[in-house]
Design a protein around this ligand. Structure first.
Ligand SMILES: Cc1cc2nc3c(=O)[nH]c(=O)nc-3n(C[C@H](O)[C@H](O)[C@H](O)COP(=O)(O)OP(=O)(O)OC[C@H]3O[C@@H](n4cnc5c(N)ncnc54)[C@H](O)[C@@H]3O)c2cc1C
Length: 579
C-alpha cells in the first residue's frame, strides 16, 4: 500500500481532518477510514517525527504508574500491548525486564514484588490467543547470583536479587507507526506529510444546536494548510477536525484566538545510545534500575549498544525548540553509573553515540510534577467552549494510541457534526497493520520463508532477515527492486551492524511518502537509529534518493549539506568540545 503525496486530494471534502501524524493522529485516521469516513491526515513534518519517534521503544503497561495508583491506565495499556503486538507480530518482540532490588530500594523489595505481581494480574488476558512468540511468561524472582550472572555490571553491594517480568519491545517505532498509517491509507485515508495546519476555516454560529448565546460561537468547516515544501496554501473542507498535535496541541489552537481552556503539560524526555554497558553481548535483558536518588533508567540492549533513558523534566520551550543538553546527558549518566559495580568502567559523554529527545504531551494534573502526572488521556470537544466540530486530544501513550483513536472516532460519530453518516463495521482490535504477515501469528515461520526465498539475488541472510522483519509482506517489493536493478542491493553504509540497502531508500520515496533525507534516514531505514550518520553515508543515500525525488545535482548537494549541518548542530549542543 503506497503512501502517496497527492496534493489533488486537498480539493476533496472530508468527514474527518486529522491534524498531526504522530501515533495518536495516525490511529484516529485509521479508525475513521476503517469505518468508511472520508479522512485526511496532515502532518507538519514527517509522520512520526514528533514524540512518537522518541520513545523508550516499548509497548508496555507502564509498571511504574502503579506507584501513583493509575490502575486504569496500566490495565488499558496492557490490553493495548497485546492488541498492537497481535497487529504486527513481525515488528515486536517480548523482552525480559529485570528490576533489581537492593536493601535500600524504595519502594521496598516486598512492595516492588507486589507491584510486579499486580502488573501481571492486570495483564491477565495477555496470552489469550497468543502464538508462542508473543506469549508473556509469568514474572519470577531471580536470586542475587542468577541476577549477577545475567547482569554482571550491577553493583552487588546490598543487592538482593531482581524481579523478572516481560514487556513488548517495539522494534522500530517509526516503522510500526508507518504500518498503522498504511492500513489507514489502505482503507481510503489521504495522508500528507510536510503539510502544516496554519489555521481553521470557520463560519460564525453553530449548526449543532443553539448554544450560541452571545453570538461569538463559530463552527469549524475545515483547515488551512501550508505545504512546507513549496509554501503553497490550501483551504480544505472537513465536517470535523481532530487536533492530534501532541505537545503542539495548544499551539495548533492558537489561530482561533479563543481561550478554549486546554493546556498541555510538557515534559522533556531524552535517551542516550551508548557503548553496551558491561561489554558487547554480555546482557540480553532490559534492566529497570532505580538509583538511590530515586531516579530510574531503563537500559535496553539495542543493536549491540545500550539504549538508556528516559529523563522526565518539565519543559517550557516550544516543542520545536527543545534539544538535548549537557544537563540531560549528565542526569542519565549519573543514574546509570550509580548502579554499576566497582571496577566496571563508568559511562562518560565520550561513550554516547547519539541522543533522542521527545516532549510528552501530558494532561495538566494540578499539584503534580511531570513524573507523577497521570499518563491518562483527555478528549476535548470544543463545542461547549463555542468552537463547534473541533476536538483536541491531550495525553496518552504510544501504546494506547489505538484505543484513543477508537474513542475519538466514536465521539465524532455520536456528534451532530457527522449526523447522517452510516459507518462501516470496523474492529481494529482484530485488524493487522499494513505489511503484517498475519494477525496474531508467530512471525518466525514467515520470516524464515522470506529469508529463504529468491536466494539468487545474493543478499546476505542478515540483510534478508532485516528486510523481512521491517517490511513484512512488503519485503517482496524491496526484492523486486533489487531484481530489477542489482545495484540497489548495495549497502548504504560500511558500518558494522548497519544493514540497510539502497532499495529501501527508493522504496521510502516511492511507497512510504519520504520527502527529505531525514525522512529516509531517521524514520524509514535503521541507520538513523544506530548512532551518528556520517556525511559520506548521507551523500550515498542522497545519490540514490535524488533521481527518485527529481532532485538536480545542485539540489542534492544542497540537501546533503543542510542535513549534515542539521545533525551537527543538534549534537554540538550537548557534546562538550574535546580538549
Ligand atoms: C522520552 C519518552 C519516552 C516514551 N516512551 C514510551 C514508550 O516506551 N511507550 C509508550 O507507550 N509511550 C512512550 N512515550 C509516550 C509516547 O511517545 C507519546 O505519548 C506519544 O508518542 C504521543 O503521540 P502523539 O501522536 O500524541 O504526539 P506526537 O508524536 O508528538 O505527534 C504530534 C504530531 O503533530 C504534528 N503537528 C504539530 N502541529 C502541527 C500542525 N500545525 N500541523 C500539522 N501537524 C502538526 C507534529 O509534527 C507531530 O508529529 C514516551 C514519551 C517520551 C517523551
Amino acid at each position: 500500500m503506497r503512501i502517496e503525496r497527492d496534493l489533488s486530494r486537498l480539493h476533496e471534502p472530508y468527514d474527518v481532518i486529522v491534524v498531526g501524524g504522530g501515533i495518536t493522529g495516525v490511529c484516529v485516521a485509521r479508525e475513521a477510514a476503517g469505518r468508511g469516513l472520508r479522512t485526511l491526515l496532515v502532518e507538519k513534518g514527517d509522520f512520526g517525527g514528533g514524540t512518537s519517534s522518541a520513545t523508550t521503544k516499548y509497548l508496555h503497561g507502564g509498571i511504574r504508574y502503579l506507584e501513583t495508583y493509575e490502575f486504569r491506565v496500566v490495565r488499558e495499556s496492557l490490553r493495548e500491548r497485546r492488541v498492537l503486538g497481535f497487529a504486527a507480530p513481525h515488528l515486536v518482540e517480548q523482552k525480559r525486564f529485570l528490576m533489581p532490588a537492593w536493601k535500600w530500594s524504595k519502594p521496598s523489595t516486598p512492595l516492588i514484588g507486589a507491584g510486579v505481581g499486580l502488573y501481571s494480574l492486570l495483564g491477565y488476558d495477555s496470552n489469550r490467543g497468543a502464538p508462542d512468540s508473543l506469549r508473556v511468561p509469568r514474572p519470577n524472582w531471580l536470586s542475587k547470583s542468577k541476577l549477577l550472572a545475567a547482569v554482571p555490571w550491577l553493583d552487588p553491594a546490598e543487592l538482593q536479587g531482581a524481579f523478572a517480568y516481560h514487556d513488548t519491545l517495539n522494534l522500530h517505532p517509526e516503522r510500526l507507526l508507518l504500518a498503522f498509517l498504511k492500513s489507514a491509507v489502505a482503507a481510503g485515508a489521504t495522508a500528507l506529510n510536510h503539510m502544516r495546519a496554519v489555521g481553521f476555516v470557520t463560519e460564525p454560529g453553530s449548526d449543532a444546536n443553539a448554544v450560541d448565546t452571545d453570538g461569538s460561537d463559530v463552527t469549524v468547516r475545515g483547515v488551512t494548510v501550508e505545504d512546507a515544501l513549496t509554501g503553497e496554501r490550501y483551504d480544505v473542507r472537513g465536517r470535523t477536525v481532530v487536533n492530534a498535535g501532541g505537545p503542539w496541541m495548544d499551539l495548533v489552537l492558537q489561530s482561533l484566538g479563543k481561550s478554549l481552556g486546554v493546556k498541555v503539560n510538557r515534559s522533556k524526555g531524552i535517551h542516550l545510545l551508548t557503548r553496551p554497558v558491561g561489554g558487547r553481548g554480555v546482557v540480553t535483558d532490559t534492566v529497570f534500575a532505580r538509583a538511590k536518588t530515586g531516579k530510574h533508567v531503563i537500559i535496553s540492549p539495542w543493536m549491540d549498544r545500550s539504549f538508556i533513558g528516559p529523563t522526565d523534566t518539565p519543559e517550557t520551550a516550544a516543542p520545536d525548540d527543545v534539544r538535548v543538553d549537557h544537563t540531560d546527558v549528565a542526569l542519565i549518566l549519573d543514574t546509570v553509573n550509580s548502579t554499576l559495580a566497582p571496577g566496571v568502567d563508568k559511562l562518560t559523554e565520550a561513550d554516547v553515540e547519539a541522543t533522542t529527545v521527545g516532549i510528552r504531551p501530558l494532561i495538566v494534573d494540578e499539584g503534580k510534577d511531570s513524573y507523577h502526572t497521570s499518563r491518562r488521556h483527555e478528549l476535548y470537544d470544543h463545542g461547549p467552549s463555542g468552537v463547534h466540530h473541533l476536538w483536541s486530544i491531550g495525553g496518552g501513550k504510544w501504546t494506547t494510541g489505538r484505543a484513543l483513536g477508537e474513542e475519538t472516532v466514536m465521539a465524532l460519530l455520536d456528534s451532530p457534526a457527522l449526523s447522517g453518516v452510516v459507518p462501516r463495521r470496523f474492529d481494529s482490535t482484530h485488524v493487522a497493520a499494513g505489511g503484517a504477515f498475519a494477525w496474531a501469528e508467530d512471525a518466525e515461520p514467515y520470516l524464515r520463508e522470506a529469508i529463504r526465498s529468491r536466494g539468487q539475488l545474493g543478499l546476505e541472510p542478515s540483510v534478508r532477515e532485516q528486510i523481512a522483519r521491517l517490511y513484512g509482506t512488503e519485503h517482496e517489493r524491496i526484492l523486486d527492486l533489487v531484481e530489477h536493478d542489482p545495484a540497489l542491493g548495495a549497502r548504504v553504509s560500511a558500518r558494522d551492524g548497519v544493514l540497510d540497502i539502497a532499495a529501501q531508500v527508493v522504496f521510502a520515496v516511492t511507497d512510504e511518502g519520504a520527502c527529505t533525507l531525514s525522512d529516509i534516514i531517521d524514520r524509514r531505514l535503521v541507520i538513523g537509529t544506530v548512532g551518528q550518520v556520517s556525511a559520506e553515508e548521507i551523500a550515498r543515500i542522497a545519490a540514490v534518493a535524488a533521481p527518485v525525488l527529481g532532485w538536480s545535482d545542485e539540489a542534492s548537494t544542497a540537501a546533503v549539506d543542510a542535513e549534515v549541518a542539521r545533525r551537527t548542530a543538534i549534537e554540538s549542543i550537548w557534546r562538550q568540545p574535546v580538549g
